[in-house]
Design a binder for this molecule. Structure first.
Ligand code: MRU
Length: 344
C-alpha cells in the first residue's frame, strides 16, 4: 500500500487518474517527470505531493554528473523551482522541498555524500509520513464510536499520502481495527471525483462500508441524521491566523452544513501541512482548467462559449472546526493556544 516508492534511481507511483478502473504504476526518472505527474494529478493529496517533490529532488541528486557540491546544489535549486511551481496550495509540497534544500545548503561534505543524504532524506520523509498517519489514525479513532457513520470530502486516505493509513481515513481504519463498526459517506468531489473514484475504492479494498453521494446531497443527508461526524483532510492549515483550513472545494459547504445540524467537524493533518509563514490572504487557491468542469468523461456538458470557474480548494475558518487531529494529539480551539503546546 505505497503510493510512491523510491527504487534505485527511479520513482514509481500509482497513476491515480486511472483508478478505480486499473491499478498501474508510472515510472519517473527525473524531477521534470515527477513535476508533470503532480500537475496531471497522477499523484495528488498534499502529503503525497510533498513526498513526490522530495523524491523528485532525490532523482536530481542521484542522476547528477556534478563534480562539486556547489554544482549539485545549483541543480537542486533548479529542480526545486520546477517542483514548487506545480501546485500552489498544498503546503506539504513547499515544506518537503524546503526540508531537502535546507539539508543541501547546510551540507559540508563531498558531492557523493550530498547525493546520498538527499536520497536518504526523501526516503525518510516518506517513512515519517506513514508513521505520522498511523499516530493520527489512533487519535482520530478515539473520536469514533461503534456504529458511527463518518462523512468525508475528497480523498484523504493512503492514496493521498505516502501510503498505508492516510489522514482522515486513517481514523476509520484504526477504528475498524479496534473492532468498531464504522462506515463512510463519501462526497463524490466534483470535478475530478476523488471521493467517488479513490475514497470509495480504497475503503472497498479495506472492507469498510462506503456510500457515495453527489456533493449537492450533503445538506439533505446531514439533515436526515445520516452522518455522525465529519473528518476531512487539509492541503494547508494557516496557523498564523488561527488555523484556517484549505482543503478540497466543497469542504467549507460540508462544514457549514455540519455546524447547522450540530454534527462534529474535524480535520486530520500532520504538522507538515501547517503553514507557520503565511497569512490567509497570501495563500494562492489553485484554479484548474475549465475543461474539468465543462466536460464529463471527455464529453462537453456546458454549452460552447459559456465561462466556468474551477477553484480546486476552499477555506474553512477555525471557528467551524471542532478539532484538528495531528500526529502529536488532537488540537482544540482556541488553536493559537493549543498549537503552542503541540508545536515542538
Ligand atoms: O486536488 P487534490 O486531489 O490533490 O486534493 C486533495 C485534498 O484536498 C485532500 O483532502 C488533502 O490533500 C488532504 S489529503 C491527506
Amino acid at each position: 500500500l505505497r503510493t510512491i516508492r523510491w527504487e534505485e534511481g527511479r520513482v514509481l507511483l500509482i497513476d491515480q487518474t486511472q483508478l478505480p478502473t486499473s491499478v498501474c504504476y508510472i515510472e519517473c526518472r527525473n524531477a521534470q517527470s515527477v513535476a508533470n505527474a503532480i500537475k496531471a494529478l497522477q499523484i495528488r493529496g498534499a502529503p503525497a505531493i510533498g513526498v513526490a517533490a522530495a523524491m523528485g529532488l532525490a532523482l536530481t541528486a542521484h542522476n547528477s554528473l556534478a563534480r562539486t557540491t556547489e554544482e549539485l546544489s545549483r541543480e537542486l535549486v533548479q529542480s526545486a523551482r520546477l517542483l514548487r511551481a506545480t501546485r500552489p496550495t498544498a503546503w506539504n509540497l513547499f515544506w518537503a522541498a524546503d526540508q531537502v534544500m535546507r539539508l543541501a545548503n547546510g551540507y559540508r561534505g563531498d558531492v557523493e555524500g550530498l547525493r546520498r543524504v538527499v536520497v536518504e532524506m526523501a526516503i525518510s520523509i516518506a517513512e515519517e509520513d506513514i508513521a505520522a498517519n498511523k499516530a493520527m489514525g489512533n487519535y482520530g479513532a478515539s473520536l469514533i464510536r461503534d456504529g458511527d457513520v463518518l462523512g468525508t470530502v475528497c480523498n484523504a486516505g493512503w492514496l493521498a499520502t505516502a501510503g498505508e493509513y492516510g489522514t482522515a481515513l486513517g481514523a476509520v481504519k484504526v477504528a475498524k481495527e479496534q473492532g468498531k463498526r464504522v462506515s463512510v459517506l463519501a462526497l463524490e468531489t466534483r470535478p475530478v471525483l476523488q471521493g467517488a473514484r479513490l475514497t470509495a475504492w480504497e475503503l472497498k479494498q479495506d472492507g469498510i462500508p462506503v456510500r457515495v453521494i453527489v456533493d449537492g446531497a450533503v445538506g439533505y443527508c446531514v439533515s436526515k441524521g445520516m452522518v455522525d461526524l465529519f473528518i476531512v483532510g487539509a492541503d494547508r492549515i494557516v496557523a498564523r491566523d488561527g488555523c484556517y483550513v484549505f482543503n478540497k472545494v466543497g469542504t467549507y459547504t460540508a462544514a457549514l452544513v455540519a455546524r447547522r445540524h450540530d454534527v462534529p467537524f474535524y480535520v486530520a493533518a500532520p504538522f507538515s501541512t501547517f503553514d507557520f509563514e503565511h497569512g490567509v490572504k497570501e495563500v494562492v487557491v489553485e484554479e484548474r482548467e475549465g475543461r474539468e468542469v465543462s466536460e464529463v468523461a471527455g464529453k462537453r456538458v456546458v454549452a460552447e462559449g459559456v465561462d466556468v470557474f474551477n477553484p480546486a480548494f476552499d477555506i474553512t475558518p477555525p471557528h467551524m472546526v471542532d478539532g484538528i487531529i495531528t500526529e502529536r494529539g488532537i488540537l482544540y480551539p482556541p488553536y493559537s493556544v493549543s498549537l503552542q503546546r503541540f508545536k515542538h
